[in-house]
Every structure is written in structure tokens, then in C-alpha cells.
Design a protein around this ligand. Structure first.
Ligand SMILES: CC(C)(COP(=O)(O)OP(=O)(O)OC[C@H]1O[C@@H](n2cnc3c(N)ncnc32)[C@H](O)[C@@H]1OP(=O)(O)O)[C@@H](O)C(=O)NCCC(=O)NCCS
Length: 253
């Protein structure tokens, strides 16, 4: 089992991306320092503004708006383009990508949010997926496990003592989601047909994914973000290092 370099950098201005790097940006969506009225919402596309307007709850509107403004601002560093000029395409399962016709750098990204946290993973020339979940009690966790998880994963879950079942559930869930999101297929991917290497989480450790008993080219890494959350990252290959930043204020970008 190999290890990857996993560093925390101090300033987003160190954010030059080389092709063996993955950058992870973390923000607290509800950070009181992020004032919705002062965010440069004009950088959002018409579609994004319409989508925000369609969201019913103020909480969801805030989450979507803050997350997209930060996404555009952070991607603009990598694409050397104004945030408002960034064009996205969406695959048929809804995964957003940077439009290669407008931005030839082959920068790839994925994002996830849960409760107060949003995580962005940004890289180049490789597919990527990220998932974060707030750790909570899940009703009917066993039913979800039987429905979505492979035989080995079910056994792993049921072999845990009761006080570790929640941990096992979110370990499996975030890894599974990160891989599904990297593949871009969302619920279109038959989640029972791939197995995750079931080792206890250790930050920075690369796990491999087995699909129908064959090792795949994908890596899976548990990411430590906060004690109340679990997160996982899936990426093509294993020749990369990970850098982390925490953003508290749009002026950092
Ligand atoms: C679409 C899906 C990926 C969203 O996941 P979620 O946990 O509800 O939400 P997250 O916050 O993690 O991710 C949402 C973001 O992922 C991105 N996204 C949307 N569709 C995506 C897809 N098909 N693939 C990858 N990323 C996607 C978007 O950027 C979205 O954020 P936005 O709406 O602000 O633009 C998820 O519903 C899904 O289809 N999962 C499939 C895997 C599955 O069946 N899991 C069952 C348990 S193993």
C-alpha cells in the first residue's frame, strides 16, 4: 500500500498546478465572514442565477451561490480567465466539466457539500471525484448498505461492532460516492459491481478499487477535513500529491 504526499499550504496564491498535483479547497459555507450580499454574484452565469432562484430554501440558495462563486473564483486562477468567462458543460448525468472548447488546459474538478462544508478537488489531465458527508445517524442504514454496497462491503459493515457501524457506513458511502462522481455517472453506475479496498481509513493512503475482481486504474483516498465529517477522493492513476487549502474569505482568492 503506497502513500502519497499530502501537504497543507498557507496561501492560495501558491496554487500553481502541475500535472501530478491535486488541489483541495475547503470552505465553510456558513462562515459569518462570507456575506452573501457582498459576494460578486454577477460572475455567475444566467443559468446559475436561475438555478439559485429556483431553490426554495434560503439555506440552499446560499449554499449554491457561495459554492459557485468560490468555484469560479478558484478556477479562474488555473484557467487564467476571468471568473465570469468560465464555461461549463454538463454530461448526461449532470457532472459539470470545464468546456474544453473554451479552455484547452484540461483542468478537471469536482465538488461536494454537506451541512456547512464545501470541498473542491482540482487537477489536470485526470478524472476526479470528491465526496464529503456530515456524520449523522442514518435511518435504515442497513437497508441502504444492502441495496447499494457489494457483498464484501456489506460483510465489512455488518462485521463492525455497533459503535463503529456509523463510521463504517460513512467510510463506504463517501468512497463509493467519490468513485461514482469521478466516473461522472452518479446513480447511473451500478454501485454493487465494484469493491472498495476495505482498509481502515488512514489519511494520505492510496487504496485501489477492484471492479469485478480486477484492479482498476483508480485510486481512492480518505481525506481528513473536520472531526464531524468524512470525505473521500477518487482519481485516475496514483502518481500524484495532494495540497490542501482552507478558505475563509473571498478576498483570499
Ligand atoms: C449527483 C450526485 C453525485 C450528487 O451527490 P450529493 O452527495 O447529493 O451531492 P454532493 O454535494 O456530493 O455533489 C454535488 C455536486 O456534484 C457535482 N455533480 C452533479 N452531478 C454529478 C455527477 N453525475 N457526477 C459527478 N459530479 C456531479 C455538481 O457539481 C454538484 O454540485 P452543484 O449542484 O452545486 O453544482 C449523487 O446524487 C449521485 O448520483 N450519486 C451516485 C452514487 C450513488 O448511487 N450512491 C449511492 C450510495 S453508494
Amino acid at each position: 500500500m503506497n502513500k502519497i504526499k499530502n501537504t497543507v499550504l498557507n496561501s492560495p496564491h501558491e496554487s500553481q498546478l502541475t500535472s501530478n498535483q491535486i488541489h483541495i479547497w475547503k470552505i465553510d459555507i456558513n462562515n459569518p465572514q462570507i456575506d452573501l450580499d457582498k459576494l460578486p454574484r454577477e460572475i455567475l452565469s444566467q443559468d446559475e442565477r436561475k438555478r439559485a432562484a429556483r431553490l426554495r430554501s434560503a439555506k440552499d440558495k446560499r449554499r449554491f451561490t457561495v459554492s459557485r462563486v468560490f468555484l469560479r473564483k478558484s478556477l479562474s486562477h488555473y484557467l487564467d480567465t476571468a471568473p465570469s468567462e468560465i464555461k461549463f458543460t454538463y454530461n448526461k448525468y449532470g457532472k459539470p466539466n470545464i468546456d474544453p472548447e473554451h479552455h484547452p488546459q484540461n483542468i478537471r474538478f469536482n465538488l461536494s457539500h454537506s451541512k456547512n462544508l464545501a470541498l473542491y478537488a482540482i487537477t489536470q489531465n485526470r478524472e476526479i471525484g470528491i465526496d464529503v458527508e456530515y456524520i449523522r445517524n442514518v435511518d435504515k442504514a442497513g437497508k441502504i448498505v444492502r441495496r447499494f454496497f457489494s457483498k464484501d462491503e456489506c460483510e465489512f459493515y455488518y462485521s463492525q461492532p455497533n459503535n463503529k457501524k456509523n463510521w463504517a457506513f460513512f467510510t463506504l458511502w463517501t468512497r463509493k460516492e467519490a468513485y461514482s462522481k469521478a466516473r461522472g455517472m452518479g446513480i447511473g453506475l451500478p454501485t454493487k459491481e465494484f469493491d472498495l479496498q476495505l482498509v481502515p481509513p488512514e489519511v494520505g493512503q492510496i487504496n485501489h478499487i477492484r471492479t469485478k475482481n480486477k484492479e482498476s486504474k483508480w485510486s481512492l483516498i480518505d481525506i481528513e477535513v473536520d472531526s464531524d465529517y468524512m470525505a473521500a477522493l477518487a482519481a485516475e492513476g496514483n502518481d500524484f500529491e495532494i495540497n490542501h487549502w482552507k478558505l475563509d474569505d473571498i478576498r483570499q482568492l
